[in-house]
Design a protein around this ligand. Structure first.
Ligand code: IMP
Length: 196
């Protein structure tokens, strides 16, 4: 299988995905590039369920290998919020500068050691014969005190990675892909697909 469709409309994600899958799949299409439009409701309770909902919807229209991801930010102090609701937190169309500021406000006065958080990513694959695979990975970090960095997207400017002493928005794309939830999950998925 040389071609894969990735069921996302998020360009930030597509860039990361292309960089990681390029060595295995010469052609990686977004839904838009594949000319597929779906209107799915991501109402699963887990990242895996949501990734499968997206992948199945596109697979039904495509008839070829489809991958989809679902990801989110879990902040321990907030009971793992926003979690699977990360994209919808404070409203889907609310700018991330506002979402990030609100999360920082909710952690006001919370000491460093209690600001632990992780990005989680599940990836689902639906094969042309209907087989389904899911994998999951995470990156551990802490919520910062202000936004830092302008790379990446979403919650990256407030997600501080202790090993780098930087937020994921201050990492280069290459650095982020090596350690990120999505990078790790994509590499796990590549391994699973190779076994078939
Ligand atoms: P999804 O597109 O439904 O998977 O939603 C993912 C949500 O988690 C979005 O709100 C993203 O901003 C956030 N998110 C997931 N991965 C990352 C990341 O690598 N950096 C920043 N935010 C992320």
């Amino acid at each position: 299988m040389e071609r894969v469709i990735f069921a996302t409309g998020n360009e930030g994600k597509m860039r990361e995905i292309r960089a990681i899958l390029a060595d295995t799949y010469p052609e990686i299409l977004s839904m838009k590039e594949a000319g597929i439009e779906t209107d799915t409701v991501e109402d699963g309770k887990t990242y895996e369920e949501n990734a499968l909902i997206k992948a199945r919807a596109v697979a039904a229209a495509a008839g070829e290998l489809v991958l989809a991801d679902d990801s989110g930010l879990e902040i321990d102090y907030l009971g793992k919020e926003p979690g699977v609701y990360s994209a919808r937190y404070l409203g889907e169309d609310t700018p991330y500068s506002i979402k990030n500021a609100e999360l920082i406000r909710r952690l006001e006065g919370v000491p460093e050691e209690e600001r632990t958080a992780r990005f989680v990513c599940a990836i689902a694959a639906v094969l042309p014969d209907g087989r389904e695979i899911t994998v999951r990975a995470a990156i551990e970090g802490r919520i910062g005190y202000e936004e830092k960095g302008s790379n990446g997207f979403g919650y990256d400017p407030i997600f501080y990675v202790p090993e780098f002493g930087k937020t994921t928005a201050e990492l280069t794309e290459e650095e982020k892909n090596q350690v990120s939830h999505r990078g790790k999950a994509l590499r796990l998925m590549k391994e699973e697909l190779k076994k078939l």
